[in-house]
Design a binder for this molecule. Structure first.
Ligand code: PEP
Length: 249
């Protein structure tokens, strides 16, 4: 039985003060929500405030990216050790916006995944096809390439510590959600990839989140699919009440 995960990705939204206000609203709404893991990913500058605000609760704080080197002359970058020290437990890796706007490749995603695992963080590795790729019948080819590239050279034990997020790019921030059936089909494909590359047992334990315009009114249908183990939520995670109703679907 896989434990569901509801993760919120704030992207480049919210100051420290806004983060504190958000958690004072969210914490009471999800404190009885023991059926799933709750993760929130604020921007770097609000991480410490978020960690402080969730102290003593079951909510985990994640970063939205990290560099793979431990330290060095990499202006503008943040390392895994810095995230751990700030109190992060997880990190989103290779979000489609990183792939689209900041040159993320499967190779750099893999370096980040390995570095996150080495530091004791849970990587949330994102994969997903563009609209043109779906329409061109290339969805499985793209998912296979991104999955295999992202998890390359992981040991079975390392693989068991990652979370995968299937985020079709055409559904992110567009209001156009994949139907539960479309999402589940992609999840089944990814799980088959995991079984072939690792073992059926490890594949069965892999938590695969769906992301792409998840809202309080569509989460129930998505979660009705046994293949969908939770959600990675962008826009709707910015309001504590909306994110809480997704958590408490
Ligand atoms: C995301 O940013 O990962 C995402 C899925 O965004 P949205 O929910 O706004 O589509």
């Amino acid at each position: 039985m896989r434990r569901p995960v509801m993760a919120g990705n704030w992207k480049m939204f919210k100051t420290q003060a806004e983060a504190r206000a958000y958690f004072s609203a969210l914490v009471p709404l999800v404190q009885g929500s023991t059926h799933c893991d709750v993760i929130v990913a604020p921007p770097f500058t609000a991480l410490a405030a978020a960690v402080e605000a969730v102290r003593g609760t079951a909510i985990s704080i994640a970063a939205q990216n990290m560099h793979w080197e431990v330290e060095g002359a990499f202006t503008g970058e943040v390392s895994s050790g810095m995230l751990v020290e700030a109190g992060c437990r997880a990190v989103i890796i290779a979000h489609s916006e990183r792939r689209q706007f900041f040159g993320e490749t499967d190779e750099t995603a893999n370096k980040r995944v390995k570095a996150a695992l080495a530091a004791g963080l849970t990587p949330i590795l994102c994969v997903g096809e563009l609209l043109a790729e779906r329409e061109g019948g290339k969805t499985e080819e793209v998912l296979e390439r991104q999955f295999q590239g992202g998890v390359a050279a992981l040991t079975g034990a390392e693989f068991s510590r990652i979370i995968l997020a299937y985020e079709p790019v055409w559904a992110i921030g567009t209001g156009r959600t994949a139907t539960p059936e479309i999402a589940a089909e992609a999840h089944r494909f990814l799980r088959r990839q995991a079984a072939a590359s690792f073992t059926p047992e490890r594949a069965a334990g892999l938590r695969i989140l769906y992301g792409g315009s998840v809202k309080p009114d569509n989460i129930k249908g998505l979660m009705a699919q046994v293949e969908i183990d939770g959600a990675l939520v962008g826009g709707a995670s910015l309001k504590a009440e909306a994110f809480a109703s997704i958590v408490n679907f």
